[in-house]
Design a protein around this ligand. Structure first.
Ligand code: SF4
Ligand code: SF4
Ligand code: SF4
Ligand code: FES
Length: 936
């Protein structure tokens, strides 16, 4: 794909139906009203010289290179800031313009090092290009006067350098940081000749507010801001279009290579999810793919205490098949199972669940979504009829009120957060529901109207109270409810009960009733209102209830079925949506269809030529319990580190130790591999060929940038294991796996690799009635017909703080790291997060004699770990917070086995704990006399 240099039309597109016709150098062109002359000219095939303009940023008009002449007008206006008008005649090349442009360039070059031949941007520098375009032949001013050539380079950022001696002060970086990223870390200080770009308040990038998204680097027309990888390796010479393998935003990237070496990742302008933007992980943190820790050969061992033995693929595959068959012969068909990974492609996941169902002959397949978004699947299916978010990301640009619940988008879903922040800067109102004061509550040019700082575990009480206000204050959209929904009356009677009022729940939630009432009124009456939520909703004992509670609220206010509204899960991993879609649940075949449905089973049985068990299989926690009991003895784990990411680590490791055969397919010898008998090396996203489905149901292509370093694709390995177990399973290419998914799964019926190559991406459902996909769901009717109101009584979690464990621990993630950190810890991202820390309120710290930076023990009913304390008033008194990116911290050692009543999703977000100074003995032993219980 020849995408190395994407066209730059100079200024952003102006949406609008009305068009005007203008003439550029005698060529007529029709463009939307409000379009700049520069863009109109580019669309007509004429590139006007420019330096400060680029089509991802609003025009600024500072460089004066893009001057044009307009018939009937005096002067030479800047074409980037001048909009077209009907009948306008523009000239872009005249002797006067040429002279003016050469004069401008002369001034720039007189303060610019002339080291083009050795500059890292040689061949990719707009200043260099423009010198040629304007015909610069002399620089009369020389270097005798003042200049900036000796300004020092800032190399503090691990991924890019800032060399101010090359800066032309075009402000593209400053505007990219503000307009695109929304961080506002850069400023131009000084005036005139003294003006200079710098990270605000600090001189070094690493000491500033910069979040290393790279938008400024991408926008910079010179080598001033430049990727270190380009400096080291040289300019790329080819590109492959693919998809980020980190979070559920699913950003499209151009992987730019020099020969076979990946030089940089550049976000793709036409990427449906990201439109040219990225975060630090996707753009820079790809080094793990070639990290020396990667194990590239299969390995086996008899006992987990034995050393590993490298073997060839055939030996490893046959070993797995023989041992699995042997276990089944001795312990029954149901004694083995598999876990799929949300990091893998749809095609890789599909073949694992097929292997379990057709080759293993049971439904013992589950996915790591079990521990994050399974309540989303359950809750949205019950209420709306389908297990997915309702909108595309672009929809947020139409929102008037945005409610963020239990999510921290600036860290967890940064590129979507940038879109959201743009809309908030335009004036949308913001409600944040979170125990922690996340950055969105107050950041540059953004301030939440309401921050409902609830006690962990009380989400349902809060959403019920909001619905109570809507119902009792007459704010229900009755025409929507009457025409589109069912079971409203019973729900309204339930929700209007006094126990659901803001006043009644204020004590348990900690949210003042007046704030809650005001937030509910804003949500119900502020125009288009959209809900975005994350694991702070799902990872609770009432996760599924809360999802239904939000769906009720959206239906009651008519906020479903159009742009700008909806209920939207912000999915954690890159392919959580896809791994769920692909049937990796023990009760559901692909497309969320229950295994007990005869007609659905028949579709697969006919194609697979194997009977499918009509009863659900084991969920992950049931597999662990059965392993400890001795009835479950063999497990295939695809790309998930269950020993680190699942709750109550002791129980997980006991289960793993009890099994006869644990097969781990992963990039690295992770924590789970310590308990494995077979290790099958996996492929990084740079080697994969297939699709990921992001949080907006968008199916994106993942194209191989290089051949598998292990010699085999993961889907091929799984097919080979199935074959060796006696079930022939093979595909020439992943496109045929997708063809099988399309043939068996109605929501994917119209999806094919050819279509994805043609359209870029599609959002399911994609079938005959929506051949190009479905950006917004439930437009005229809900997928289940009528939207169903479900009563959602609040049931407090069993996990309570007590005198012994008086604090509540909640967990989250940070921008630079990803999940259990297997990838990001093996990149320079560790510069931002070397360890997990415990955030503790200064009051809670003080009464325990804990100072900032002290080593503390963190103890719950199930375990103890230690980490460093950081004093922070982001959490209310009584609540502590940590991340779980480093195995050494073992944050899940302390999390309990409480889980969502409907789906078993673990209650990571609420654990009663005690914290104490490490040297003063185990925190569990400390009886805190002075601390009152938070929730008891
Ligand atoms: S650093 Fe680059 S983008 Fe920023 S003002 Fe200087 S030349 Fe322009
Ligand atoms: S890397 Fe991103 S956050 Fe940092 S200065 Fe550049 S645009 Fe701003
Ligand atoms: S926002 Fe998510 S998908 Fe996009 S670049 Fe960052 S980690 Fe990758
Ligand atoms: S490109 Fe128009 S003024 Fe710089």
């Amino acid at each position: 794909m020849g995408l190395l240099k994407e066209p730059d039309l100079g200024t952003p597109a102006k949406p609008g139906l009305a068009t005007v016709t203008v003439e550029v150098d005698g060529m007529p062109v029709q463009v939307p009203e409000g379009t700049s002359i520069m863009r109109a000219a580019a669309l007509s095939g004429t590139e006007i010289p420019k330096l400060c303009a680029t089509d991802s940023l609003d025009a600024f008009g500072s460089c004066r290179l893009c001057l044009v002449e307009i018939d009937g007008r005096k002067g030479t206006p800047a074409s980037c800031t001048t909009p077209v008008a009907e009948g306008m005649k523009v000239r872009t090349q005249t002797p006067r313009l040429e002279k003016l442009r050469q004069g401008v360039m002369e001034l720039y070059i007189s303060d610019h090092p002339l080291d083009c031949l050795t500059c890292s941007a040689n061949g990719d520098c707009e200043l260099q290009d423009m010198s040629g375009v304007v015909g610069l032949r002399q620089v009369r001013y020389g270097y005798e006067g003042d200049n900036h050539l000796d300004l020092e380079k800032d190399t503090s950022n691990p991924y890019f350098d800032f060399d101010p001696s090359k800066c032309i002060v075009c402000s593209r970086c400053v505007r990219a940081c503000g307009e695109v990223q929304g961080t506002f870390a850069l400023t131009i200080s000084g005036r005139g000749f003294e003006s200079k770009v710098s990270p605000s308040a600090n001189d070094l990038f690493m000491d500033s507010e910069c979040v290393s998204c790279g938008a400024c680097v991408q926008a910079c027309p010179t080598a001033t801001l430049q990727e270190k990888s380009v400096v080291d390796l040289g300019m790329p010479n080819r590109t492959v279009l693919t998809t980020c393998a980190y979070c559920g935003v699913g950003c499209s990237f151009k992987a730019e290579l020099r020969g076979d070496e990946l030089v940089r990742m550049v976000p793709y302008k036409d990427g449906g999810a990201n439109e040219g933007h990225s975060c630090v992980k996707g753009r820079f943190a790809f080094g793990y793919a070639t990290h020396p820790d990667r194990q590239l050969k299969p390995m086996v061992r008899e006992r987990i205490t034995d050393p590993w033995r490298e073997v060839d693929w055939e030996t490893a595959i046959n070993h797995v098949a023989e041992r699995m068959k042997d276990i089944q012969a001795r312990h029954g068909v149901g004694a083995i199972g598999g876990i799929t990974s949300s990091r893998c492609t749809n095609e890789e996941v599909y073949v694992v669940q097929k292997m379990v169902r057709a080759a293993f002959g049971n439904n013992n397949v589950d996915t790591c979504a079990r521990v994050c978004h399974s309540p989303t699947g359950y809750g949205l299916k019950q209420t709306f009829g389908t297990s997915a978010g309702t909108q595309d990301f672009k929809s947020v640009a139409q929102s008037d009120v945005i409610m963020v619940i239990g999510a921290n988008p600036t860290d967890g879903h940064p590129v979507f957060a940038s879109r959201m922040k743009r809309r908030l800067r335009e004036g949308a109102r913001l409600i944040v529901v979170d125990p922690r004061r996340i950055d969105l509550v107050r950041s540059p040019h953004i301030k939440a109207d309401h921050h409902l700082q609830l006690a962990p575990g009380t989400n349902v009480a809060v959403v019920n109270a909001m619905a109570h206000v809507v119902v009792t204050e007459g704010l229900v959209d009755m025409s929507f409810v009457d025409s589109r929904c069912e079971d409203f009356d019973a729900w309204a009677e339930f929700i209007a009960r006094p126990e659901n009022s803001p006043e009644a729940v204020a004590e348990i939630t900690g949210v003042p009733a007046a704030d809650l009432r005001a937030a509910a009124r804003l949500y119900a009456t502020g125009g288009n209102a959209a809900i975005y939520y994350g694991l702070g909703v799902t990872e609770h004992s009432q996760g599924s209830t809360m999802v239904m509670g939000m769906a009720n609220l959206a239906m009651a206010t008519g906020n479903i079925g159009r742009e700008g509204v909806g209920v939207n899960p912000l999915r954690g991993q890159n392919n959580v949506q896809g791994s769920c879609d692909m049937g990796s649940f023990p009760h559901e075949l692909p497309g969320y269809r229950h295994v007990s449905d005869d007609a659905v089973r028949e579709v697969f049985e006919t194609l697979w030529e194997r009977p499918i068990v009509p009863e659900p299989g084991l969920r992950i926690p049931n597999m662990f319990d059965a392993a400890v009991d001795g009835s479950f003895r063999g497990l295939f784990v695809q790309g998930e580190d269950i020993a680190q990411s699942d709750p109550n680590t002791q129980h997980v490791t006991a289960a793993l130790e009890a099994m006869e055969l644990v097969v781990v397919q992963d990039l690295f010898l992770n924590e789970t591999a310590k308990f494995a008998h077979v290790f099958l090396p996996g492929t990084s996203f740079l080697e994969k060929d297939g699709t990921f489905t992001n949080a907006e149901r968008r199916i994106n292509r993942v194209r191989p940038v290089m051949a598998p370093k292990t010699g085999m694709h993961e889907w091929q390995i799984v097919c080979e294991i199935a074959r060796a177990m006696g079930y022939p399973m093979s595909y020439p290419h992943p496109r045929e796996i997708m063809a099988e998914i399309a043939a068996t799964t109605p929501t994917f019926a119209g999806v094919s690799f050819d279509k994805l190559d043609k359209l870029g991406s599609v959002q399911w459902p994609c079938n005959d009635s929506a051949p190009e996909g479905t950006p917004t769901m439930h437009v005229d009717a809900f997928v289940r017909g009528k939207g169903r109101f479900v009563q959602t009584p609040f049931v407090p979690t069993r996990e309570r703080s007590t005198r012994k464990y008086p604090l509540i621990l909640t967990t989250g993630r940070i921008l630079s790291q990803y999940n259990v950190g297997a990838q990001t810890r093996r990149t320079a991202n560790v510069a931002w997060h070397k360890e997990d820390v415990l955030e503790i309120h200064p009051h809670d710290a003080e009464v325990r004699g804990i100072g900032d930076g002290d080593e503390v023990t963190l103890a719950s009913r199930v375990g103890t770990t230690s980490l460093r304390a950081v004093l922070s008033d982001r959490m209310p008194v009584g609540v502590v917070y940590t991340t779980f990116h480093h195995p050494v911290t073992g944050a899940n050692v302390v999390t309990t086995e409480n889980s969502d009543w409907a789906t078993n999703c673990p209650e990571y977000k609420v654990t009663a704990v005690q914290v104490g100074l490490r040297h003063s003995g185990s925190a569990a032993e400390q009886e805190s006399e002075e601390e009152p219980a938070l929730v008891d």
